[in-house]
Design a protein around this ligand. Structure first.
Ligand code: ADP
Ligand code: MG
Length: 348
């Protein structure tokens, strides 16, 4: 019998690491991407370069795979559901549709009584000016933002008054949370009430980009348990299949807010490759391909450092100790603020 094949939409570093995990499970990988330089092509068995609205290429892709997943959330809903009609996509396109828009994502959470920061929808000048109660706040594009892109901090009424915004995008204005900490919980859901949940990870950002992550997160037992419990609840409500990440804010009074959900494997979970017996990537492949669920256990405490922009050049020439694991995403050009690789250090 030929090997099962998973199709991965998107060819960034997450696609690469999913491919590596799939290969280790003896599953063939095909990456499809609209970026001809996508680094995922160096890690997958096969690479298809095309626009996502190229129906014949999409059909070719579907005919070659048994399972489909994706590694970034900004795929138009109609593209994902077209694929889903031919070969099942997990997580489901309807789940991605909710999460890929910051407004529908936060509405979904609040409808389910999950606490987020206060927010309003902003489609025009008048709605923007009505946001005074949310200051200091952050205005964010509802879709397509990442690593702080498409975000504007607004400190006071004056700044609100003078802000020039192009309303071709829809926005959300969020109240700024007085942060004590940020944590995330990675969870893989295999089916009804069937999960593997990783312990909370503590995250440190610089310029709204994740700089490093560590386990254990330094939080009290209540926050530790509550963050895991909420991740289970959200995954269940979404009827989610695969790995997802819930990013949390903790304020100065130890209140827990969901910041956002990522319907995919997540940067903060890269340390699971070396610190757990089963990584977030392997668990995702297992869930999407209907493989056995393996009890997931932490092996080591760990820290993961993102190598952003030119950081990578230094690391490419370094030698590493046996508790240090260097990952080079093999991106073809080094760009400022671009995630180029990471280093995980485990505590043996
Ligand atoms: P992205 O999609 O770019 O990850 P996020 O909404 O997670 O966008 O914002 C990136 C980072 O900016 C957060 O991890 C946090 O550090 C900071 N941030 C965003 N929104 C808020 C907020 N409402 N209050 C406090 N900090 C925020
Ligand atoms: Mg985020």
């Amino acid at each position: 019998m030929s090997k099962p094949t998973i199709g991965i939409i998107g060819g960034g570093q997450l696609g690469s690491m999913l491919s590596t995990a799939a290969k280790n499970l003896n599953i063939k990988t095909i990456i499809i991407s609209d970026d001809k330089n996508a680094p995922g092509q160096f890690f997958a068995d096969e690479f298809i370069f095309c626009r996502y609205d190229d129906d014949s290429k999409i059909e070719e892709f579907c005919s070659k795979v048994d399972f489909v997943t994706f590694e970034f959330e900004n795929i138009p809903y109609n593209v994902l559901s077209k694929i889903d009609n031919i070969k099942k996509v997990n997580p489901k396109p309807s789940v991605n549709k909710i999460i890929q828009n910051r407004l529908s994502e936060k509405d979904f959470l609040n409808k389910n009584n999950v606490r987020t920061t206060s927010y309003i929808s902003v489609k025009n000048e008048i709605e923007l000016k009505s946001g005074q109660d949310l200051l200091p706040g952050i205005l964010k594009t509802c879709t397509l933002g990442y690593d702080g892109k498409g975000q504007y901090k607004i400190n006071n009424d004056d700044e609100l008054e003078n802000l020039k915004i192009d309303f071709t995008n829809q926005y959300i204005l969020e109240k700024l949370v007085k942060l004590k900490k940020e944590i995330s919980v990675i969870i893989t859901r295999f089916g009804e009430q069937r999960y593997e949940v990783y312990d909370p990870i503590e995250n440190f950002h610089e310029d709204q980009i994740l700089k490093y992550s560590k386990i254990p997160a330094e939080v009290n037992k209540n926050l530790f348990d509550k963050s895991k419990e909420l991740a289970r609840y959200i995954a269940e409500e979404l009827n989610y299949i695969g790995t997802m990440c819930v990013e949390y804010f903790i304020d100065k009074n130890d209140n827990l807010y969901v910041n956002e959900i990522a319907p995919r494997v997540h940067n903060s979970g890269h340390l699971t490759i070396n610190a757990y017996n089963v990584s977030q990537f392997e668990n995702h492949i297992r869930a999407v391909c209907g493989l056995e669920k393996v009890e997931t256990k932490k092996l080591y405490n760990a820290k993961m450092i993102n190598l952003i922009g030119e950081d990578i050049l230094v690391y490419r020439n370094k030698t590493f100790k046996n508790n240090e694991f260097f990952f080079d995403y093999m991106k073809n050009t080094v760009k400022k603020k671009r995630k180029m690789g990471h280093l995980t250090i485990i505590e043996k």
